[in-house]
Every structure is written in C-alpha cells, then in structure tokens.
Design a protein around this ligand. Sequence first.
Ligand code: PLP
Length: 408
Amino acid sequence: MRSINSAYAGLPGSYLFSEVARRVRVHKEQHPEENVISLGIGDVSLPLAPAIIEALHGAVDEMGRAETFRGYGPEQGYAFLREAILKHDFLARGVELEADEIFISDGAKSDVGNFQELFGADAVIALTDPVYPVYEDSNAMSGRGGVHENGRWSRILYLPCTADNQFQPELPETRPDVVYLCSPNNPTGTVLGREALAAWVEYARANDTLILFYAAYEAFIRDDAVPHSIYEIPGADEVAVEFRSLSKTAGFTGLRCGYTVVPKKLRARTADGHELSLHDMWLRRQCTKYNGCPYIVQRAAEAAFTEPGRTQLLEALSVYQTNADMMLKACRDMGLRAFGGVHSPYVWLETPGHVSSWSFFDHLLEKAAVVCTPGSGFGASGEGYVRLTAFNTPALTREALERISRVL
Ligand code: PLP
C-alpha cells in the first residue's frame, strides 16, 4: 500500500486523553499503594437510573422472542426515540422541528467527527481555542488543517477564549465556512448567553457560515435565560446543526447514544454553486456508512425521556452539580482563579503562578495523586489552565480537593 492519507503523517503526537492515561498508568505502576483520584476525563461515576435499566431488560426480553425480535433498524433511529426527543428537548422549549430532522447515533463523538465529511476539502474551519480535540483532529485528518506548527494548524481559524474575554469567542474578521461552538463549553465550563448566541446566528446568516453547535451539557444549565438549544434563536435552523448526547445527562458513556439535529432548511453549496440539502447529505452519509444505534440502547434512551426517568436523572445531575459547587468554592478558597462550573460539570482552573498545564498536572499527580486534564491539550489558549470534572463521587471529589489544598 503506497497511497495512504498523507494528512495523518502531519498529525501531532498522541491524543490528549491517551497521554493523560499513559502518565497515570506509569504513576500507578511506580506507586501501587496510592489511591489515585481522577477529576480528569469526563466520565460519569453514577450507575444507570432504574428506569433505564428496566427499559434495557424489557428490550433484551423482546429480542429473545420471535414476535418482538428486531434485526436491522432504521439507520437514522427508531421513530419512538426521535419523537420522544422532539417532544422533550425541543417542542417543550418552544422550538419547532420535525422528528425526521433528528438523527440517532452511537454518541456525539462519531457524529461530530463524521460530519466534516460533508465539507469541501478547501472549507475554512473556525474553532474556539481551547476546544474539544475531535473537532480539530477530524478536520486535520481530512486535510483541512494545512501545516501543524507551534500547536496550531495553518489553515484553521482559531478564536481564543481566555479570562481576558470571559471565554466568549469573538466573531471572526475573515469569514469561515464552518464554525464549531460548544455551550456549556467543554473544557472551559462557561456558557454563551442568548445575546452572544444570537450574534453568532446573525453572523452565520450574513456570512453564509455553518454553525456546528454542541449542546450535550445543556441539562447542566441552571439559569433560564441561557439557551439550551441554538434553535431557541430565531433563524438558527437555517444555519446550524446541533449535536447532543445522553453520555453525561443519562450516564450513557458506556451504553452509547447521541443525536444530531440537521434541519431541512439548511442549505449548502458546492464550490461551483450547486445547492444541496445538508439534511439529505447527512441522511445519505448515515445510510451508506452506519447501520444504526442498537434497538435495546434506543429503548433505554427512550426511558430517559419518561417522567420517572427524568426524575431519576435530575437526582444524578444534582449530585454532579453539588460536586461542581464544592470544586468552585474549594478552588476559590485556595486563592485560585476558577471559571465555569456553574452551568457545567467542568471547572477551568488557572494554574497557580502561571506554571504550564502539564507541570501542574504532574505536580497534582505526583504530590496529591489527583488527576486533572491539562488545558494546553485543548489548544494553545488552554496553556496555563487545567480542567477539573465534577463526575466523580462526592466523597472522592471532597478528598481530592483536600489533597490539592495540602500540596499547593
Ligand atoms: N463533544 C464534546 C464537546 C464532549 O465534551 C464530548 C464528551 O466528552 C463529546 C463530544 C463526546 O460525547 P459522546 O460520549 O456522546 O460521544
């Protein structure tokens, strides 16, 4: 084989979370007696809610009976789940969409990573910095990055988000074809308010820019003034795709289920001016390359939208929110500058004395046996920060914070 995708040759070293895992593994081998606590990777700790387990059992039993067995399902998801999502996530918030504009998948990572296949090779991509690495890497893998130098790709437009601009990305001066936005944000834990989001929608409409909006942390929003969906902004259905996931809100990080909204009003053009529907393109892509999220998982996901399911999930959510409150308070009591954490499970911590993200990561691992995520792994503007997550148990979160305060 002599003709591989040369974009892979230009990719920088290991994926952030693999490098974190590698350093933790080495530390554990050297200190087997230590109980390392992770406030690092954003994985949940609470088990699945009873309503979800019940639905899973029911669906498993259905698969064991000839009359209810299901084989291949619709690639874009079963209608029962698409309808439940439509009703709960959108119609209940006054957002008018249709069920077949919602595509069910095995999680947002695949959808976010795959969606860029619809863009031209020369499309200009804008990313907030810091950013969830998949947005950047998936475009770079398809050759849209250019050259990688000093932590940045030459063809990608970066929108720095730091304490200086309250982590609000500024509207780009040169027009990108696509911009990725994430609110509540991973990693900074901050949100885009209604006004800021409306400015982005207006910009996208005026500049023919597509917004890819990641809203999987919307359940953490505690203030009604903050939009949960970009479609709460009028006109957004003509310029935005929205990605959601049950990973963090319903504990599906292992079970795997996400969904992507691609409104039929969205139009896009080829370089020679040929107009296509992004909805039709995504449908075509999914039908060709994907055979659908498992039936039993979709039944489990459906349970997340029932009354008992909702109530149980809100209880779990409040555990994580209480952890986030505890983390914010403890960090500030230690005299650290901490951001996010209010409408989000992530606290974005400025390193003390502006030491580098990886130095602070190593310090916390070595001295406190606590794992965080180095901010620089999310982009150049993340240097000098680390991300802490609220997904561990309250007891271990408390202990981790006590250990951190002892080693600072
Ligand atoms: N996008 C962002 C911004 C995320 O934070 C995550 C999960 O951490 C994902 C995508 C992936 O989510 P999923 O588990 O649904 O694949």
